[in-house]
Write a protein that binds this ligand. Structure first.
Ligand SMILES: [Zn+2]
Length: 278
Protein backbone atom coordinates (compact mmCIF):
# COMPACT_ATOMS: atom_id res chain seq x y z
CA UNK A 1 0.00 0.00 0.00
CA UNK A 2 2.93 2.29 0.51
CA UNK A 3 5.36 0.88 -2.03
CA UNK A 4 5.31 3.79 -4.47
CA UNK A 5 7.06 7.11 -3.99
CA UNK A 6 6.63 10.38 -5.80
CA UNK A 7 6.81 9.65 -9.51
CA UNK A 8 8.76 11.81 -11.95
CA UNK A 9 6.85 13.32 -14.86
CA UNK A 10 6.93 11.54 -18.22
CA UNK A 11 8.57 13.20 -21.22
CA UNK A 12 6.58 15.61 -23.36
CA UNK A 13 6.65 12.99 -26.15
CA UNK A 14 5.03 10.43 -23.83
CA UNK A 15 2.41 12.91 -22.66
CA UNK A 16 1.63 13.79 -26.29
CA UNK A 17 1.08 10.10 -27.13
CA UNK A 18 -1.23 9.73 -24.13
CA UNK A 19 -3.19 12.81 -25.15
CA UNK A 20 -3.64 11.56 -28.71
CA UNK A 21 -4.83 8.19 -27.45
CA UNK A 22 -7.19 9.80 -24.94
CA UNK A 23 -8.59 12.23 -27.52
CA UNK A 24 -9.33 9.24 -29.75
CA UNK A 25 -11.36 7.64 -26.94
CA UNK A 26 -13.10 10.65 -25.39
CA UNK A 27 -15.40 11.57 -28.21
CA UNK A 28 -18.88 10.34 -28.89
CA UNK A 29 -21.33 8.90 -26.38
CA UNK A 30 -20.24 7.06 -23.23
CA UNK A 31 -21.38 3.68 -24.57
CA UNK A 32 -18.79 3.99 -27.35
CA UNK A 33 -16.00 5.32 -25.15
CA UNK A 34 -15.71 2.15 -23.06
CA UNK A 35 -15.09 -0.22 -26.01
CA UNK A 36 -12.86 2.44 -27.65
CA UNK A 37 -10.75 2.70 -24.50
CA UNK A 38 -10.39 -1.09 -24.32
CA UNK A 39 -9.47 -1.30 -27.98
CA UNK A 40 -6.92 1.50 -27.73
CA UNK A 41 -5.44 -0.04 -24.57
CA UNK A 42 -5.10 -3.46 -26.24
CA UNK A 43 -3.15 -1.89 -29.10
CA UNK A 44 -1.02 0.44 -27.00
CA UNK A 45 2.20 -1.05 -28.34
CA UNK A 46 1.14 -1.14 -31.98
CA UNK A 47 3.50 1.63 -33.13
CA UNK A 48 7.03 2.68 -32.25
CA UNK A 49 5.84 5.96 -30.69
CA UNK A 50 3.29 4.18 -28.50
CA UNK A 51 5.76 1.48 -27.51
CA UNK A 52 8.29 4.11 -26.49
CA UNK A 53 5.67 6.01 -24.51
CA UNK A 54 4.63 2.93 -22.53
CA UNK A 55 8.25 1.90 -22.01
CA UNK A 56 8.79 5.36 -20.54
CA UNK A 57 5.74 4.97 -18.29
CA UNK A 58 6.88 1.57 -17.04
CA UNK A 59 10.36 2.90 -16.40
CA UNK A 60 9.05 5.81 -14.33
CA UNK A 61 6.69 3.63 -12.34
CA UNK A 62 9.52 1.14 -11.74
CA UNK A 63 11.86 3.89 -10.54
CA UNK A 64 9.17 5.06 -8.15
CA UNK A 65 8.99 1.67 -6.42
CA UNK A 66 10.90 1.28 -3.17
CA UNK A 67 13.40 -1.42 -4.07
CA UNK A 68 12.22 -4.06 -6.53
CA UNK A 69 9.19 -3.57 -8.77
CA UNK A 70 6.33 -4.76 -6.64
CA UNK A 71 2.59 -4.32 -6.62
CA UNK A 72 1.66 -0.90 -5.30
CA UNK A 73 -1.33 -2.30 -3.43
CA UNK A 74 0.04 -5.33 -1.56
CA UNK A 75 3.79 -4.41 -1.74
CA UNK A 76 4.60 -8.07 -2.15
CA UNK A 77 4.02 -9.68 -5.54
CA UNK A 78 5.98 -8.82 -8.63
CA UNK A 79 4.01 -6.47 -10.87
CA UNK A 80 4.11 -6.80 -14.63
CA UNK A 81 1.19 -4.81 -15.81
CA UNK A 82 0.28 -1.16 -15.66
CA UNK A 83 -2.95 -0.92 -13.74
CA UNK A 84 -5.67 1.72 -13.98
CA UNK A 85 -6.65 2.92 -10.54
CA UNK A 86 -10.00 3.98 -12.00
CA UNK A 87 -11.02 1.01 -14.19
CA UNK A 88 -11.42 1.78 -17.88
CA UNK A 89 -14.75 -0.09 -17.86
CA UNK A 90 -16.20 2.77 -15.84
CA UNK A 91 -13.79 5.63 -16.49
CA UNK A 92 -12.75 5.51 -20.15
CA UNK A 93 -11.90 9.22 -19.99
CA UNK A 94 -8.87 8.49 -17.80
CA UNK A 95 -7.74 5.34 -19.61
CA UNK A 96 -4.73 7.31 -20.85
CA UNK A 97 -4.26 9.63 -17.89
CA UNK A 98 -0.78 9.36 -16.46
CA UNK A 99 -1.95 9.94 -12.87
CA UNK A 100 -4.31 6.96 -13.16
CA UNK A 101 -1.47 4.45 -13.58
CA UNK A 102 0.26 2.28 -11.03
CA UNK A 103 1.57 -1.25 -10.75
CA UNK A 104 -0.60 -4.10 -9.56
CA UNK A 105 -0.22 -7.85 -9.26
CA UNK A 106 -2.76 -10.46 -10.35
CA UNK A 107 -4.05 -11.31 -6.86
CA UNK A 108 -4.78 -7.60 -6.20
CA UNK A 109 -6.06 -6.71 -9.64
CA UNK A 110 -8.30 -9.79 -9.92
CA UNK A 111 -10.70 -9.05 -7.06
CA UNK A 112 -10.51 -5.30 -7.69
CA UNK A 113 -11.05 -5.36 -11.47
CA UNK A 114 -14.52 -3.90 -11.99
CA UNK A 115 -15.51 -3.75 -8.34
CA UNK A 116 -14.88 -0.13 -7.69
CA UNK A 117 -16.98 1.02 -4.74
CA UNK A 118 -18.00 4.65 -4.56
CA UNK A 119 -19.39 7.15 -2.10
CA UNK A 120 -22.16 8.04 -4.50
CA UNK A 121 -24.01 10.48 -2.25
CA UNK A 122 -22.33 13.70 -1.33
CA UNK A 123 -21.32 13.97 2.31
CA UNK A 124 -22.49 10.46 3.15
CA UNK A 125 -20.24 7.54 4.07
CA UNK A 126 -22.64 5.03 2.51
CA UNK A 127 -20.81 2.84 0.03
CA UNK A 128 -22.25 1.85 -3.30
CA UNK A 129 -20.68 -1.07 -5.14
CA UNK A 130 -20.45 -0.95 -8.89
CA UNK A 131 -21.68 -4.29 -10.08
CA UNK A 132 -19.57 -5.61 -12.97
CA UNK A 133 -21.35 -5.19 -16.27
CA UNK A 134 -22.59 -8.31 -17.96
CA UNK A 135 -22.36 -9.04 -21.66
CA UNK A 136 -25.64 -7.38 -22.67
CA UNK A 137 -25.92 -4.74 -19.96
CA UNK A 138 -26.23 -1.18 -21.27
CA UNK A 139 -22.96 0.72 -21.02
CA UNK A 140 -23.90 3.61 -18.77
CA UNK A 141 -21.58 5.85 -16.75
CA UNK A 142 -21.04 5.19 -13.04
CA UNK A 143 -22.76 7.49 -10.54
CA UNK A 144 -20.84 10.65 -9.76
CA UNK A 145 -18.95 9.89 -6.62
CA UNK A 146 -15.65 9.61 -4.85
CA UNK A 147 -13.69 6.34 -4.91
CA UNK A 148 -13.68 4.29 -1.73
CA UNK A 149 -10.48 2.36 -2.46
CA UNK A 150 -7.35 4.15 -1.25
CA UNK A 151 -5.23 5.29 -4.20
CA UNK A 152 -1.59 4.55 -3.25
CA UNK A 153 -0.37 6.54 -6.24
CA UNK A 154 -2.02 9.81 -5.25
CA UNK A 155 -2.84 9.46 -1.55
CA UNK A 156 -0.90 8.53 1.56
CA UNK A 157 -2.30 5.20 2.82
CA UNK A 158 -0.68 5.91 6.21
CA UNK A 159 -3.45 8.46 6.78
CA UNK A 160 -6.05 5.71 6.74
CA UNK A 161 -4.35 2.48 7.76
CA UNK A 162 -2.57 1.16 10.79
CA UNK A 163 -0.35 -1.92 10.66
CA UNK A 164 -0.20 -3.96 13.85
CA UNK A 165 3.56 -4.43 14.02
CA UNK A 166 3.44 -5.42 17.68
CA UNK A 167 0.83 -8.06 16.96
CA UNK A 168 -0.35 -10.08 13.98
CA UNK A 169 0.89 -7.77 11.21
CA UNK A 170 -2.67 -7.16 10.05
CA UNK A 171 -3.95 -3.86 8.72
CA UNK A 172 -6.78 -2.00 10.46
CA UNK A 173 -8.28 1.48 10.16
CA UNK A 174 -6.33 4.00 12.21
CA UNK A 175 -7.82 4.20 15.68
CA UNK A 176 -8.11 8.00 15.48
CA UNK A 177 -10.52 7.85 12.52
CA UNK A 178 -14.13 8.56 13.41
CA UNK A 179 -16.28 5.45 13.49
CA UNK A 180 -18.48 5.32 10.43
CA UNK A 181 -16.54 8.11 8.70
CA UNK A 182 -15.56 7.98 5.06
CA UNK A 183 -11.93 7.57 6.08
CA UNK A 184 -12.73 4.55 8.22
CA UNK A 185 -14.87 3.06 5.46
CA UNK A 186 -12.06 3.56 2.97
CA UNK A 187 -9.61 1.72 5.21
CA UNK A 188 -12.04 -1.16 5.83
CA UNK A 189 -12.97 -1.52 2.16
CA UNK A 190 -9.39 -1.37 0.97
CA UNK A 191 -8.38 -4.13 3.38
CA UNK A 192 -11.38 -6.23 2.33
CA UNK A 193 -11.21 -5.65 -1.40
CA UNK A 194 -7.50 -6.38 -1.72
CA UNK A 195 -7.55 -9.15 0.91
CA UNK A 196 -4.65 -7.49 2.69
CA UNK A 197 -5.14 -9.54 5.87
CA UNK A 198 -6.33 -12.88 4.56
CA UNK A 199 -3.65 -13.72 2.04
CA UNK A 200 -1.37 -15.85 4.20
CA UNK A 201 1.75 -15.29 2.09
CA UNK A 202 1.27 -11.56 2.33
CA UNK A 203 1.03 -11.56 6.11
CA UNK A 204 4.00 -13.91 6.35
CA UNK A 205 6.05 -11.59 4.11
CA UNK A 206 5.31 -8.69 6.46
CA UNK A 207 6.39 -10.79 9.45
CA UNK A 208 9.70 -11.63 7.74
CA UNK A 209 10.19 -8.03 6.67
CA UNK A 210 9.63 -6.79 10.20
CA UNK A 211 12.39 -9.13 11.48
CA UNK A 212 14.77 -7.96 8.75
CA UNK A 213 14.08 -4.29 9.43
CA UNK A 214 14.48 -4.66 13.20
CA UNK A 215 17.79 -6.42 12.60
CA UNK A 216 18.93 -3.67 10.24
CA UNK A 217 18.01 -1.04 12.79
CA UNK A 218 19.93 -2.91 15.49
CA UNK A 219 23.02 -3.18 13.25
CA UNK A 220 22.87 0.56 12.56
CA UNK A 221 22.51 1.20 16.28
CA UNK A 222 25.55 -0.88 17.20
CA UNK A 223 27.52 0.72 14.36
CA UNK A 224 26.74 4.04 15.98
CA UNK A 225 27.28 3.34 19.68
CA UNK A 226 29.97 0.61 19.60
CA UNK A 227 31.37 0.45 16.07
CA UNK A 228 34.33 -1.77 16.97
CA UNK A 229 32.07 -4.57 18.18
CA UNK A 230 30.26 -5.30 14.91
CA UNK A 231 31.21 -8.64 13.35
CA UNK A 232 33.01 -8.31 10.00
CA UNK A 233 30.61 -7.77 7.11
CA UNK A 234 27.94 -5.97 9.10
CA UNK A 235 27.77 -2.23 8.59
CA UNK A 236 25.41 0.72 8.63
CA UNK A 237 25.44 1.14 4.84
CA UNK A 238 23.98 -2.32 4.30
CA UNK A 239 21.55 -1.73 7.14
CA UNK A 240 20.29 1.39 5.43
CA UNK A 241 19.98 -0.43 2.12
CA UNK A 242 17.94 -3.20 3.73
CA UNK A 243 15.50 -0.55 4.87
CA UNK A 244 15.37 1.74 1.86
CA UNK A 245 14.99 -1.11 -0.62
CA UNK A 246 12.33 -3.18 1.05
CA UNK A 247 9.16 -3.07 -1.02
CA UNK A 248 7.19 -3.52 2.22
CA UNK A 249 7.57 0.15 2.93
CA UNK A 250 4.51 0.27 5.14
CA UNK A 251 6.22 -1.99 7.71
CA UNK A 252 9.13 0.42 7.99
CA UNK A 253 6.99 3.53 8.13
CA UNK A 254 4.88 1.97 10.88
CA UNK A 255 8.06 1.29 12.89
CA UNK A 256 8.99 4.95 12.45
CA UNK A 257 5.50 6.17 13.31
CA UNK A 258 5.30 4.12 16.50
CA UNK A 259 8.90 4.43 17.56
CA UNK A 260 8.12 6.33 20.74
CA UNK A 261 5.68 3.69 21.94
CA UNK A 262 8.32 0.96 21.88
CA UNK A 263 11.36 1.58 24.13
CA UNK A 264 13.75 -0.47 21.94
CA UNK A 265 12.88 1.58 18.84
CA UNK A 266 12.93 4.82 20.78
CA UNK A 267 16.46 4.10 21.98
CA UNK A 268 17.75 3.13 18.54
CA UNK A 269 16.24 6.12 16.75
CA UNK A 270 17.48 8.47 19.48
CA UNK A 271 21.04 7.22 18.93
CA UNK A 272 20.75 7.37 15.13
CA UNK A 273 18.05 9.86 14.15
CA UNK A 274 19.30 9.80 10.55
CA UNK A 275 17.42 6.48 10.24
CA UNK A 276 14.19 8.50 10.31
CA UNK A 277 15.00 9.61 6.77
CA UNK A 278 15.83 6.16 5.42
ZN1 LIG B 1 -0.69 -6.94 -5.13
Amino acid sequence: MRSIRVVADPSTATLAVLKTLQDGVSKGPFKDRVPEAKKAWASKTSSIAKREAFDDIKKLLTEACWGARRCNYCEDSVADEIEHFRPKDWYPDVAFAWSNYLYACGPCNGPKSNLFPLFATQGSAAVQELVPRKENDPIVPPPNGDPVLIDPRNEDPMKFLFLDIEGNLHFAPRSDLLKGSREEQRALWTIKLLHLNDRDDLVKARVTTLSALRTALAVAYVAKVAPGTLPAGLNAIDARRAVSETPHRFVWEEIVRHRNAVPAYQKMFAAGPEALAW
